[in-house]
Design a binder for this molecule. Sequence first.
Ligand code: FES
Length: 125
Amino acid sequence: MALYSEKVMDHFRNPRNVGVIEDANGIGEVGNAKCGDIMKMYLKIEDDIIKDVKFETFGCGSAIASSSMATELIKGKPVADAMKLTNEAVAEALDGLPDYKMHCSVLAEEAIKNALDDYHKRTGQ
Ligand code: FES
């Protein structure tokens, strides 16, 4: 069996929503001290809806695929739904990740949660 699913390879080769949102109102950055990978998420939230989301990831292929899939899962969704996104849901949407790569999906969950925290701080919630 291939180590990585087709979906992981697809999102690694053609990551969705890569880049920066200049007027983002929620930004989150996380890193994993062990592997040294870094992920930054930008959210543009209007009327409690994630209107736009972009990411920059300096990391492994699974981290890139996880960030790409995570952005697809929350784009256009209410903030409350994005808050509930788990790394397991990201990995599942990618048709699985090898066990030792699960922490890459954790980075995506944490980056989104940090960006949502930042949004809540900025809006005094
Ligand atoms: Fe650390 Fe993938 S190896 S995020």
